[in-house]
Design a binder for this molecule. Structure first.
Ligand code: ZN
Length: 274
């Protein structure tokens, strides 16, 4: 499943190719994605509009249009975007194609069809059903020790569950949460409300460093033109705890442990994380 770093890498790859370009015809070959695609709405909103900017909110890509609304794309479990010549025959699972004025098409391919394509009205982001409840962006300045400590005040849930809750912080997937907690020396089960400000400082720094490293590596998974894969790309070889149960900690040599927290496999070092 594409995580925040893959989506951010994709955004950075798409920007120079699509910003400033004008959209053409929209082809919807399969409208049954996670929610039904509103073909008429897309055909009314997109052709002739210029893409001014491509943004990301959590794992949603937002293509801002020159008249105000934005096209929203979520890759779901298996979605891919690729920019191809418009006359290239459609591949299996190519569900939606967005024409561009210069003979290219941006195609959305999604074998499992958990992806989402929708429109966000101008200024309607904070009311959109998929965006309204999203928490802070981990790469923005609102993601800081003071804010996190205030948000966690009085909360008894494990810190790992807390930082993975999209209503509080968006886009910190399981692998990145495990690795960031190791880097910050915090036990994943520690109650969120009982973490001191300096430790929140370490944790926010760790999350940022890990996501940024993965974004840099994520670029390598985009080699196949603009396809994103569900793999965390080259970042895997940097993993210190995730997937390393019973292997020795690279810092203290104790065996890495695995527990299940909120249904997710959670890896940590009992020596380094308290
Ligand atoms: Zn250790």
């Amino acid at each position: 499943m594409p995580e925040l770093p893959e989506v951010e890498s994709l955004r950075r790859a798409l920007r120079p190719l699509l910003e400033g370009h004008i959209l053409g015809a929209v082809i919807v070959r399969q409208r049954r994605l996670r929610y039904p695609v509103d073909t008429r709405l897309l055909r009314r909103a997109l052709p002739g509009r210029r893409i001014t900017r491509i943004r990301r909110r959590g794992k949603y890509l937002l293509f801002d249009l020159d008249d105000g609304p934005s096209l929203l794309v979520h890759l779901g479990m298996s979605g891919r975007l690729s920019l191809v010549p418009a006359d290239l025959p459609f591949a299996r699972h190519d569900h939606v194609a967005f024409g561009l004025a210069d003979g290219l098409q941006l195609r959305f391919n999604d074998a499992r069809r958990f992806g989402v394509i929708d429109m966000v009205p101008a200024g309607g982001e904070s009311r959109h059903r998929l965006l309204a409840h999203l928490g802070v962006e981990p790469l923005e300045k609102e993601f800081n020790a003071a804010n996190l400590r205030a948000m966690a005040h009085g909360r008894h849930c494990p810190v790992k569950t807390f930082i993975m809750d999209a209503r509080r912080v968006v886009g910190v997937g399981n692998i990145y949460a495990c690795e960031a907690l190791f880097m910050a020396g915090i036990h994943p089960r520690r109650a969120a409300g009982r973490i001191s400000q300096p430790r929140w400082q370490s944790l926010t720094t760790a999350v940022r460093r890990i996501l940024n490293a993965a974004i840099r590596q994520g670029g390598t998974t985009l080699r196949d033109y603009l396809n994103v894969t569900g793999e965390p790309g080259g970042y895997r070889r940097h993993l210190r705890v995730y997937g390393r149960e019973d292997e020795s900690c690279r810092r203290c040599r104790r065996p890495i442990r695995r527990v299940v927290l909120s249904g997710r496999g959670t890896f940590y070092c009992p020596g380094c994380q308290i």
